[in-house]
Ligand binder design. Structure first.
Ligand SMILES: [Zn+2]
Ligand SMILES: [Zn+2]
Length: 298
C-alpha cells in the first residue's frame, strides 16, 4: 500500500498583496498551509491551517478540483484577521457544493481553535456558525493533542495574541515525522518544555515578520531574534531531503517595518546567508505553492 503525506504552503506572506506588488510580487496572500494524507492516490484527510486573504485563490491555483469533495478540517492559529479572513466564504463553497442530489448540503466544517480564538472567529463569521451551519467549532487546549485521522496535532500556547497557538503535527506510527507550524510568535518558545515539543522537526515553518527585532512595535518575531536567541540552534534542524528532513522555511515575512524596507525573497535569502552562513543550509524561504513530501511506513 502506498501511503504518504504532503504539506503545501498555500500562501506565505503577512503583507497584503498591494504591498508586495511594490517589490514585484504579483501573486500571493496571507500565510496558510494544507496538509494531506494520501493512500493509494486518494486523499483520506485534508487539514487546512489558517484561512486568511488569498486562501481561495491559492487553493484554486495549487490543488485539484477534487479538493472540494475530499474530507476537510480547519485549524486556526489565532484570531488576527490575516489568519481567517476567508474562513466563511470557504465553508459556504465547500458545504453548499452539490452532492448526489441538487439539494444536498454537507455537514458543517470542523474548525479547531482555542476558546479565545473562537470568539474572534464567531464575531467575524457568525452566520457560518449559526444559521448558515457551515462552520462548527471544535475546542483545542494548549498542550492537549488532537488526533485527526493519522495526524496528531498539538497546540502550544504563544504570547502573540489572546488564545494564540502554534501547532506541532506528528504522524506515522513512531512519530518519526514532525511538522512545526510556527506562525505567529512574539516571544519565541524557548522554555525547555516547549523545545521538547519543537526539536528535530522534519519541517518547520517559522515566522519572521521583519529582519530587525522590533517585536515591541510589531508583536512579531524577526530573523535576528530567531538566530540570536539561539532558537534555531535549539531546534536541531537538519536538511537531508533524501531522509525527508527539510530544515526550516521562513514565512510571514513583510519587512515593511524595517528601516531599509521590504526585501524580495531572493534578497532576503542572500542577506541571511551572508550574515548567518552557519545556518544557510538549514534555513530557506517558503515559496507560495511549495510542496514537501513524507513517506509513511505503515
Ligand atoms: Zn497575528
Ligand atoms: Zn499573522
Amino acid at each position: 500500500m502506498t501511503e504518504h503525506v504532503i504539506y503545501r504552503q498555500i500562501n506565505k506572506d503577512y503583507a497584503y498583496w498591494i504591498e508586495k506588488r511594490q517589490i514585484g510580487q504579483l501573486k500571493g496572500g496571507h500565510v496558510a498551509g494544507l496538509l494531506s494524507h494520501i493512500v493509494e492516490g486518494q486523499v483520506k484527510q485534508n487539514i487546512l491551517i489558517d484561512a486568511g486573504l488569498g486562501t481561495l485563490e491559492g487553493l484554486a491555483d495549487i490543488v485539484e478540483d477534487a479538493f472540494w469533495d475530499e474530507p476537510l478540517a480547519i485549524f486556526i492559529t489565532h484570531g488576527h484577521i490575516d489568519h481567517h479572513a476567508e474562513l466563511m466564504i470557504l465553508s459556504e463553497i465547500y458545504c453548499q457544493r452539490r452532492g448526489v442530489d441538487i439539494h444536498d448540503i454537507r455537514p458543517p466544517l470542523p474548525v479547531y481553535c482555542t476558546v479565545e480564538t473562537q470568539r474572534h472567529l464567531f464575531s467575524t463569521h457568525r452566520y457560518g456558525f449559526t444559521g448558515g451551519a457551515t462552520l462548527q467549532h471544535e475546542l483545542v487546549l494548549p498542550g492537549s493533542t488532537v488526533r485527526l485521522g493519522s495526524f496528531d496535532l498539538t497546540p502550544l500556547a504563544v504570547d502573540h495574541f489572546e488564545g494564540a497557538v502554534i501547532y506541532v503535527i506528528q504522524f506515522d506510527f513512531e512519530h518519526q515525522h514532525k511538522i512545526v507550524i510556527g506562525w505567529d510568535m512574539t516571544t519565541l518558545p524557548l522554555a525547555v518544555e516547549q523545545l521538547a515539543w519543537l526539536h528535530s522537526p522534519s519541517l518547520a515553518l517559522l515566522e519572521a515578520t521583519t529582519w530587525h527585532p522590533i517585536a515591541g512595535e510589531t508583536s512579531h518575531t524577526s530573523i535576528e531574534d530567531l538566530v540570536t536567541t539561539g532558537f534555531l540552534d535549539k531546534l536541531h534542524l537538519q536538511f537531508v531531503p533524501a531522509q525527508e528532513k527539510y530544515g526550516a522555511y521562513l514565512v510571514h515575512y513583510s519587512g515593511r517595518e524595517d528601516a531599509e524596507g521590504m526585501l524580495t525573497d531572493q534578497q532576503l535569502k542572500q542577506k541571511f546567508d551572508q550574515w548567518y552562513p552557519q545556518l544557510a543550509n538549514v534555513v530557506r524561504l517558503a515559496e507560495r505553492g511549495q510542496t514537501w513530501r513524507f513517506s509513511l511506513n505503515a
